[in-house]
Write a protein that binds this ligand. Structure first.
Ligand SMILES: [Zn+2]
Length: 280
């Protein structure tokens, strides 16, 4: 994983086409540094300018923009599974910066379920689950250029957080997948609104996620909305902040009505709270 991560960074910095036009700092509204697994590094390339000089160019993989002619902000996702205590920034195979990471203690959730058929999905569902997994993987890895300079999000709904991002889940003492979304509980039928403009790139009724919608916000930022009672948008639709995506429900594998909200950056799940203009 370490190598993969460094490769992402190297690609961001070294793949290129042309330098961006001058943009003032106030135009670039990005999340602040959250230097822990499940977070984001917000790194100014200004500090390595002397190392890379005129050779520094920005490529398709950058979800970033400049503060001035010569200073750039790079956002880099840190996977939940990342184990090292630092991230090294490389350029032309040379380490030009080392960013220390913090520890983040994610909560553990342990539940006991006696009925085995509730723990593991029935065999006849396996093909469907696999196909839906592939569709989700494809959606979260979409990378389109939009040149976004403002990526902070509004709350998708009014509600209370019922499960945080990153929770380590165990069922009958068996480790399950980490919780890579934020659960926001609300009354069934509560409107779920678009937190940041984007395009509907996937919608369906999935075994685990129930009624689900994926939005592409551009430049590697994708979000998804699960367990909806119903959907109000269609595939390919461009949506704006505040538009109603659908309504809170309990479709798919859930115990009660809530929104399971995921945010991906370059395909890596990031704590959605990092993008919120105002916290729950
Ligand atoms: Zn969830």
């Amino acid at each position: 994983m370490k190598n993969n991560f460094i490769a992402i960074f190297a690609l961001i910095i070294s793949s290129c086409s042309s330098l961006p036009k001058k943009i003032t700092n106030s135009e670039c509204i990005f999340p602040t540094d959250n230097t822990y697994p499940g977070g984001l590094i917000n790194y100014s390339l200004d500090s390595i300018k002397s190392e890379v000089g005129e050779n520094l160019k920005l490529g398709d993989l950058i979800f970033a923009t400049c503060k001035s002619d010569s200073q750039f902000i790079v956002l880099a996702p840190i996977p939940l599974s990342y184990k090292e205590n630092k991230v090294q920034v490389t350029f032309s195979n040379k380490v030009v910066a080392s960013i220390p990471l913090q520890n983040k203690a994610y909560r553990e959730s342990r539940i006991e379920i006696q009925n085995k058929s509730l723990v593991n999905p029935p065999e006849v569902m396996q093909d469907r689950i696999k196909e839906e997994y592939i569709q989700g993987q494809k959606a979260k890895n979409i990378l389109t250029r939009r040149g976004s300079k403002q990526v902070m999000m509004n709350k998708p709904l009014v509600g209370i957080i019922s499960s945080e991002f990153g929770v380590r889940r165990f069922i009958n003492n068996q480790p399950r997948n980490r919780h890579i979304g934020l659960d926001i509980a609300a009354t069934e039928g509560t409107p779920v609104k678009v937190p940041l403009k984007g395009e509907v790139i996937l919608e369906g009724n999935f075994f685990y996620k129930g009624n689900v919608i994926y939005l592409d916000h551009g430049d590697g930022l994708v979000s998804s909305y699960s367990h909806l009672k119903s959907k109000r948008v269609t595939l390919g639709q461009e949506v704006s902040e505040g538009d109603i995506l659908g309504y809170v429900g309990s479709t798919g594998r859930v115990t009660g009505p809530h929104l399971h909200w995921e945010v991906f950056y370059l395909g890596i799940p990031i704590n959605p709270e990092i993008f919120l203009k105002e916290l729950y």
